[in-house]
Design a protein around this ligand. Structure first.
Ligand SMILES: NC(=O)c1ccc[n+]([C@@H]2O[C@H](COP(=O)([O-])OP(=O)(O)OC[C@H]3O[C@@H](n4cnc5c(N)ncnc54)[C@H](OP(=O)(O)O)[C@@H]3O)[C@@H](O)[C@H]2O)c1
Length: 287
């Protein structure tokens, strides 16, 4: 028998990771304005405190949990800690992530691991901890904020796109495994959204097209919970995103050509990479 799903109605408890800025900030404020108690998670305490202070004007029990989601112990303790303090958890929004717009020649193994831990594994860790809490509570919703990069990998984003594609595959697997449990999993794939994530890039991206307001992602999050939607890509009707999707299915070679042109690999980058590769072979480090 299908368990009854809880909707994000008044007095529900919602955990929002990455609530200190951008989409997570807007989502936290919107949930609180609708009457949900919000638990915001991020590393930058002053920013997070400011958001939670605003949330508390609507829902006084809202509070912040400050920490690094790349740390497995912290990530897996989140949902049980909220259940222990508030007695329930209704919605978990896995939204925190870091960007990594950097040529693969320049990406270190440590950087790649950090991206996978923060963007993908943290979502696995919070989800594994949330499942028993939701089963005890009679159901719940997990919203995974992924990216259009999971569908079409942009240039210089091999690691970031891989972290998001892993999140998408994980969510697809959850749809099957959690059948009948009362736990709904929603996947939201944003296109370009106007947040500070663009200012945190290691190498400036060439993209200078339209960026949409974070509110379109927040609306999609609410819609995916209320209508039990499995996957939504926003904006829904952007010509560039629609044509990229169509080309990925029908003419992947053409898509690759277009994507390469967005940010061509310059001779200087390739020469420098070859030089570094040569220098390494000439002076191999022990171990
Ligand atoms: N903006 C876009 O164009 C776009 C497009 C596609 C997908 N997305 C996705 O949308 C989500 C939100 O991104 P955004 O655009 O709102 O960017 P943002 O403003 O940079 O927000 C990222 C959030 O994640 C938190 N975070 C990062 N690393 C963390 C860590 N190790 N531990 C805990 N929290 C961490 C940040 O807080 P602290 O730094 O305080 O920890 C911040 O609150 C991300 O999953 C992103 O991949 C964004």
């Amino acid at each position: 028998m299908q368990a009854e799903h809880r909707k994000p109605e008044q007095r529900s408890v919602v955990i929002v990771t990455g609530a200190s800025s951008g989409i997570g900030r807007e989502a936290a404020l919107a949930f609180a304005a609708r009457g949900s108690t919000v638990v915001g998670v991020a590393r930058r305490q002053p920013l997070l405190d400011e958001v939670m202070q605003q949330c508390r004007q609507h829902t006084p029990e809202s509070f912040a949990l400050c920490g690094d989601l790349g740390d497995r112990e912290f990530a897996q303790a989140l949902v049980p800690a909220v259940e222990a303090r508030l007695g329930r958890v209704d919605v978990l929004i896995n939204n925190a992530a870091i960007s990594k717009h950097k040529h693969i020649y320049h990406v270190s193994a440590d950087e790649a691991e950090a991206v996978m831990r923060i963007n993908f594994l943290s979502c696995v860790w919070t989800t594994l901890a949330a499942i028993p809490v939701f089963l005890r509570g009679g159901g719940g919703t997990i919203v995974n904020v992924s990216s259009f990069a999971a569908i079409v990998a942009p240039p210089r984003e091999a690691i970031y796109a891989a972290s998001k594609a892993a999140m998408n595959a994980f969510s697809q697997g959850l749809w099957l495994d959690l059948e009948g449990s009362g736990i709904h999993v929603a996947l939201v794939n944003p296109g370009p959204i106007d947040t500070e994530i663009w200012e945190k890039e290691d190498e400036p991206p060439a993209y200078n097209g339209r960026k949409y307001p974070p509110s379109i992602v927040v609306d999609a999050i609410f819609e995916s919970i209320e209508k039990q939607i499995h996957e939504v890509t926003v904006p829904r009707f952007d010509a560039q995103l629609l044509s990229a999707r169509a080309l990925a299915l029908l003419a992947p070679g053409l898509l690759r050509m277009g994507m390469r042109r967005m940010e061509p690999v310059t001779d200087a980058v390739l020469d420098a990479a070859r030089k570094r590769a040569g220098a390494k072979a000439a002076h191999p480090s022990p171990g």
